[in-house]
Design a binder for this molecule. Structure first.
Ligand code: S3P
Length: 439
């Protein structure tokens, strides 16, 4: 599916933010592990969480969706079982890495595959600590396909994260939880803490302290978890596309309802505000242990900034759309310390650079980032252009939003991947004044 932008878009109105992808995946895994009755509201019915749901059902979770799109977890008579068939996690890095933790901890026998993008992504980051814990894992040189056979995880495990990764942290916590061993994780740079919050929300014995600027996360070997119904807050990473759309178009105001405001995820607001964005929060509240608010965003004069260091893991998924904001800001933006972007659903630094080259946006590439020479004016291009999404949802949506500030239409190629994280993107963006044509 290719999508073509229109040149007269103007963003305004009020929309509901789609459910958080990271939280939707975690609540399925933890919910199924708890094996108690539970109803989940606000779940993201995107392809990634659905891949995780299928994976869990293949090991016996019995998760269902009711007619109101709520997810139902029911107490089962049996615990999880080995999977006879290969488990396909599609495009989902979170699904795969977290499932590897759960399955290893339970000592299940299972084989995992994924799509072309997932098959090219590095998995040693979870395989190595899991193997150290006692898991028996065979991979194809640190990548998919991966098979787990019965593990012997029975010792307290301490691990200092060598890369800032919430997926690695969560994988180890889930392995420890399901194996019933104590875990200590040393986290030098804060990454998203949804797993820790969720564990706390259900009564786990988890403590987080700070030592020499590092987080020390300790999960006890015994945890008496009590399920209760759960509501997934909206995904700030999806909201980011709408926020930038309102900032760069002639928007009188866009309201985005129910956006997750977890401190480990709101770097995008800090970065955009540093650029001059007019974003206001109201109705701040806590939903199932996660902060959340309604946002109002207005067209703003943006200026270039430097983004590097500790904020990077906090904005890692938003850097492509922040780069679009930077392209329409006054002055230079420099992004550094973001080499992780090279191993996401695509090499996102390369993909953004290619799109910028097509649009004639001046930029310079570094191994761990880029500098972008912005201009607040509408980008004058001679004729309609075509940009490759690299089968990456965030690249596709970023360049579709860029179309709001271009004199000619942009066709973004191969946009199906948008359905992994933002299944109603086309309808939602149309409801606030920006038409995308399917081809
Ligand atoms: C995620 C963590 C981040 C993020 C990904 C989702 C998660 O990845 O980029 O989209 O749900 O834990 P890393 O933990 O690999 O940085």
């Amino acid at each position: 599916m290719n999508l073509t932008t229109s040149t007269d878009g103007n963003i305004s109105g009020k929309v509901q933010c789609p459910g958080d992808k990271s939280i939707s995946q975690r609540i399925l895994i933890l919910g199924a592990f708890m094996n108690q009755d539970m109803v989940i509201d606000g779940f993201l019915h995107g392809e990634d969480p659905l891949s995780t749901m299928n994976a869990l059902n293949q090991i016996g979770a019995g998760i269902q969706i009711d007619e109101d799109d709520r997810v139902l977890l029911c107490k089962r008579n049996q615990s999880f079982h080995d999977s006879d068939n290969v488990i396909n996690l599609g495009n989902s890095g979170t699904g795969l890495r977290l499932m590897l933790g759960l399955a290893s901890g339970m000592g299940l026998k299972a084989s995992f595959v994924g799509d072309e993008s997932l098959s090219s992504r590095p998995m040693e980051r979870v395989i190595n600590p899991l193997a150290e814990m006692g898991a028996n894992i065979v991979s194809s040189e640190g990548k998919l396909p991966i098979s787990i056979s019965s593990s012997t995880i029975n010792m307290q495990y301490t691990y200092e994260l060598p890369i800032a990764s919430a997926q690695v942290k969560s994988c180890i916590l889930l392995a420890g939880l399901s194996a019933g061993i104590g875990i200590e994780i040393i986290e030098p740079i804060q990454t998203r803490d949804h797993t820790e919050r969720m564990l706390k929300n259900f009564g786990a014995n988890i403590k987080i302290t700070s030592l020499d600027g590092k987080n020390i996360i300790k999960l006890d070997s015994t945890n008496n978890l009590h399920a209760k119904n759960y509501t997934v807050v909206g995904d700030i990473s999806s909201a980011a596309f709408l926020i930038v759309a309102a900032l760069i178009s002639n928007s009188p105001g866009l309201e985005i309802i129910n956006v997750g405001m977890n401190p480990s995820r709101i770097g995008v607001l800090k970065a955009l505000r540093k650029m001059g964005a007019n974003i206001k929060l109201k109705n701040q509240r806590l939903v199932s242990g996660e902060p959340c608010a309604d946002l109002t965003v207005k067209k703003s004069k943006l200026k270039g900034v430097e983004l590097s260091g500790e904020i990077i893991p906090n904005i890692i998924d938003e850097i492509p759309i922040i780069s679009i904001a930077a392209a329409f800001a006054d002055g230079n933006t420099v992004i550094k310390d973001a080499a992780e972007l090279r191993v996401k659903e695509s090499d996102r630094l390369q993909a953004v650079s290619e799109g910028f080259s097509v649009l004639g946006i001046k930029h310079e590439n570094f191994e761990d980032g880029m500098s972008i020479q912005g201009s607040p004016n509408t980008l004058l291009i001679d004729q309609s252009v075509s940009i490759e999404s690299h089968d990456d949802h965030r690249i596709a949506m970023s360049f579709l939003i860029a179309g709001l500030k271009c004199s000619q239409s942009i066709t973004v190629r191969n946009c199906e991947n948008i359905f992994t994280s933002f299944p109603n993107f086309i309808e939602l963006i149309s409801s606030i004044g920006y038409e995308l044509e399917k081809q």
